[in-house]
Design a protein around this ligand. Sequence first.
Ligand code: NDP
Length: 282
Amino acid sequence: RALQASSSTPAKPTIFEHEFSLADRVALVSGANRGIGLEMAMAIAEAGARAVYCLDLPNMPGEEFAKVKAYVARMEGKKGEGRLEYMSADVTDQEAMWKLGEEIGSREGRMDVCVAAAGILKGDTPCLDYPAKQFKDVLAVNVNGVLFTAQAAGRQMAKFDNGGSIIMIASISGSGANQGHPWVSYNTSKSAVLQMARSMACELAPKGIRVNTISPGYINTSMTGQFLQKRPELLERWSSNNPMGRIGRPDELRGATVWLSSDASSFCTGSDILVSGGHHAW
Ligand code: NDP
């Protein structure tokens, strides 16, 4: 027998209007001018966030700018549409990142969501010859930069005492390893991100601030594009190594992003969410 609500039952908000809603939230997203970061920023805005502060616009490639314009057109006139705000910042500059967090906090009076998506993959040198400068550069963005981004937002979350969700983009490279030249620095950095998130999750849990990682598999962005330009045959290898037989699209990170940003994941902290088509390690 189908259960029917009586007409006198007050309408309860749906799970999308309640747990998954980001209504009135304020977010900071690094690496948001292209690729994965941009899709995540748009998803947070589309889930109702009041403002999403995106780092950074100046280098936004034309096709990505077209995506943002299409987003703005799609959201025009829709109830609860999110505002995308662009700011420039180098995530490796701790002082600048903290200042930026303070500026957003004083403008908006709150900070709820942080996505640290900025990252680089650099070099073409075997591990035994890998130069110190390149190693330092990769760790500066992928490890220090993730910490400074989390601090920029986390300090505001703690100040406003309203909890918050920090999402760091790690990678399947953080727990697996693969053959080839540039990976020694990248894999090391992503492993560090997984551990950084767990440590911060424990420390910040009493303040109601959750810290989780998303680990994507190979995703079609300019980061992977730089490889495929030099070695197009890799696409076949990456696809055939994947149980789903393909690499991912940046928009396939949207669902995990909204879930982790929202109250729908309120008991989830220190976790790593794989979004990899089933690809775990090499
Ligand atoms: P992209 O190369 O497309 O984008 C990288 C982003 O990081 C850009 O927005 C870039 O900004 C920004 N960035 C780099 N250095 C800095 C810096 N010093 N300060 C501020 N921003 C900076 O990469 P993806 O979108 O592919 O990657 C996003 C994240 O996902 C990265 O952390 C990456 O490691 C991770 N990832 C990607 C996978 C993939 O297959 N693509 C797989 C697993 C993880 P700018 O344009 O100004 O340089």
